[in-house]
Design a protein around this ligand. Structure first.
Ligand code: NAI
Ligand SMILES: O=C(O)/C=C\C(=O)CC(=O)O
Length: 358
């Protein structure tokens, strides 16, 4: 076993069907009295319903979260929090809304209570991202880690099937890259393996029966574990590629993860045998070399988009994306060379099934 450092770092987690019933108790435990409720515009009705239910504990609703946290929306949320004299923020939604809460926490110090409704896992990480003048900057800061997370699977049952599938694959990507992270440790490896197992079991059920309560719970449990891994170790080539494709070409976040993941794993797993073994176990495979292909097959069987072309990337963008991904590289188990990364991206662009030896 390799040497490692482990330092637990987690919000308080309240998990369960109807866990939202404990919201008032959790606000009180934070010592807060006036919560500003954040959401995206499509989730505004849920945010307003929550505000009504909270009565005096609600300072108001700010329903303008959008993907990648434009600095203007972070500034507007801060101004609204000050105007309403909020002393905490509740982020009801996916990574975009929780990201807005983090940007607010970064400058105001307000505690965040997150109620995730996707599987992106942002609620478990001290990672924030803010977009200014078209450029997304990310960083890590313990102040942005939510203080409390309420995982209520009932709330994710409205997440459309297509987004449920891609969001689940986004979560699997965190665990997969965590397994070969240079700073991984045995505890997070356990969480990563079990997180992947939970999601690969839940997603096919959700694909057939989106309202199935046990599968929603299992997927959210997997998302929690995978998000915890993302928050505590460094990510590698797969996340770098997705951040490049999302940040510079505006490709949709979860869908991009879903397309790229099998190709990135085909590229890396030959250089990360223990990660490949754990992933194979989580997927119920005998052969670690079959992991990348099996994930591609799973995504296809669940109706996920299979190519970057489908997501709107232009053929001429592949070269540019490769060049960008080669700058400020994330640590990666396999040394990067531009020709091989270009080939990986071309295969993801075309949507061909990856072979283990990409
Ligand atoms: N800082 C971190 O650790 C992480 C940050 N992120 C960031 O999060 C963003 C993506 O977050 P996602 O969760 O993928 O998507 P999202 O939060 O943008 O949500 C996608 C869409 O689904 C809607 N939605 C969410 N939950 C729903 C539900 N239960 N029912 C119906 N509609 C629902 C939203 O209103 C939105 O329109 C990106 O900006 C990404 O960079 C993602 C993962 C980790
Ligand atoms: O870009 C961010 O906001 C920070 C991290 C992530 O998005 C993680 C991911 O790629 O899912």
């Amino acid at each position: 076993m390799k040497d490692f450092i482990y330092q637990a770092s987690s919000p308080r987690v309240v998990f369960g069907a109807d866990a939202l019933q404990h919201l008032e108790r959790e606000i009180d435990l934070l010592g807060a009295r006036r919560a500003l409720i954040l959401s995206t515009p499509p989730q505004a009705a849920g945010a307003h319903a929550l505000a009504q239910r909270l009565g005096d504990r609600s300072a108001g609703v700010f329903a303008q979260a959008v993907m990648h946290v434009p600095i203007e929306s972070a500034q507007a949320a801060r101004a609204e929090a000050e105007r309403l004299q909020a002393d905490c923020a509740i982020a009801l939604g996916g990574g975009s809304t929780i990201g807005l809460g983090k940007a607010l926490a970064l400058t105001s110090g307000l505690p965040i209570l997150a109620i995730p409704t996707t599987y992106a896992g942002s609620e478990m990480t001290p990672i924030y991202g803010i977009t200014e003048a078209g450029l997304k900057k990310t960083g890590r800061d313990p102040r942005v880690l939510p203080k409390t997370v309420i995982y209520d699977p009932t709330l994710s049952s409205t997440l459309p099937v297509a987004l449920s599938v891609c969001s689940g694959l986004n979560a699997i990507a965190h665990a997969a890259e965590g397994l070969y992270a240079a700073d991984s440790n045995p505890i997070l490896d356990l969480m990563a393996e079990d997180g992947v197992r939970a999601l690969v079991q839940a997603l096919p059920v959700l694909h057939q029966q989106p309202q199935q309560a046990e599968a929603r719970a299992q997927a959210l449990y997997g998302a929690w574990l995978c998000g915890s891994v993302l928050g505590q170790v460094s990510m590698a080539l797969h996340h770098k590629l997705c951040h490049t494709l999302g940040g510079s070409f505006n490709l949709p976040h979860a869908e991009t993860h879903s397309v790229v993941l099998p190709h990135a794993l085909a590229f890396n797993l030959g250089h990360a045998p223990q990660a490949a073994q754990r992933l194979a176990r989580a997927l119920g495979l005998d052969q670690p070399g079959a992991v990348a292909g099996a994930l591609w097959d799973l995504a296809q069987s669940l109706g996920a988009p299979m190519s970057l072309r489908e997501l709107g990337l232009q053929a001429t963008d592949v070269e540019t994306a490769c060049a960008l991904a080669m700058t400020q590289q994330y640590p990666n188990p396999r040394p990067l060379d531009a020709r091989a990364v270009r080939q990986l991206l071309q295969q993801a662009y075309e949507g061909v099934r990856p072979s283990a030896s990409t």
